[in-house]
Design a binder for this molecule. Structure first.
Ligand SMILES: CC(C)(COP(=O)(O)OP(=O)(O)OC[C@H]1O[C@@H](n2cnc3c(N)ncnc32)[C@H](O)[C@@H]1OP(=O)(O)O)[C@@H](O)C(=O)NCCC(=O)NCCS
Length: 162
């Protein structure tokens, strides 16, 4: 597996699993029926936003991440990021590799901290993964996310100095 900058022509490989993740409504604070156009705008932000893909030896896209400044001006040194791995490729280390890459890149870009704004508390796989990469839960916003199976659950704000 390797991680490289995403190209616009990766979109056709990203959108099918992104659409499924959004439609499930379990992990992302997006409309479950988000349009393809809106999703693409969110995943390919203006510079200095960065979009990467994890690809296998055949070049197939396994997962993707987007990162960039979480704030502007005096708080512009805090980065944020989002991650999606194709469910068919989950549990093979893609999320961990993307997480490590994004944290290293943010450090190299001069950001002083990383903030994940909205990690659903029932997304225990993601919470454990981000904690193992040094992210800490600094707050949990009670009932901030309406989960299709669990009802109103908390959203973690996770943070680490880089
Ligand atoms: C969360 C997500 C990015 C993780 O990606 P992934 O490629 O499956 O993760 P990895 O294979 O790197 O596994 C990471 C950890 O998850 C755990 N894990 C893996 N498979 C698991 C499973 N089937 N059940 C529970 N935990 C599992 C392992 O503890 C693993 O840690 P390890 O490296 O010490 O073994 C991915 O599941 C995803 O895209 N989910 C939907 C969108 C989402 O939740 N994005 C993040 C929002 S904060």
């Amino acid at each position: 597996m390797r991680i490289r900058e995403a190209r616009l022509d990766d979109w056709s490989a990203i959108w099918p699993f992104m659409r499924d993740i959004a439609a499930a409504g379990e992990t992302f604070s997006w409309d479950r029926d988000i349009s393809e156009e809106r999703a693409r705008e969110r995943w390919f932000p203006e510079l200095p936003g960065r979009t990467v893909v994890a690809v296998d030896d055949d070049g197939a896209v396994l997962g993707t991440a987007v990162s960039g400044p979480n704030h502007e001006g005096p708080a512009g040194h805090v980065a944020t990021a989002s991650f999606m791995v194709d469910a068919a490729r989950a549990g093979r280390g893609v999320g961990r590799a993307l997480g490590r890459h994004v944290l290293d890149q943010a450090r190299a870009d001069g950001f002083r901290a990383m903030q994940f704004n909205a990690v659903v508390e029932t997304n225990t796989r993601a919470v454990a993964l981000w904690r193992s990469l040094g992210m800490e839960i600094v707050a949990t916003l009670p009932q901030a996310f309406h989960h299709p199976a669990h009802g109103y659950v908390g959203l973690h704000v996770m943070y680490q100095l880089l």
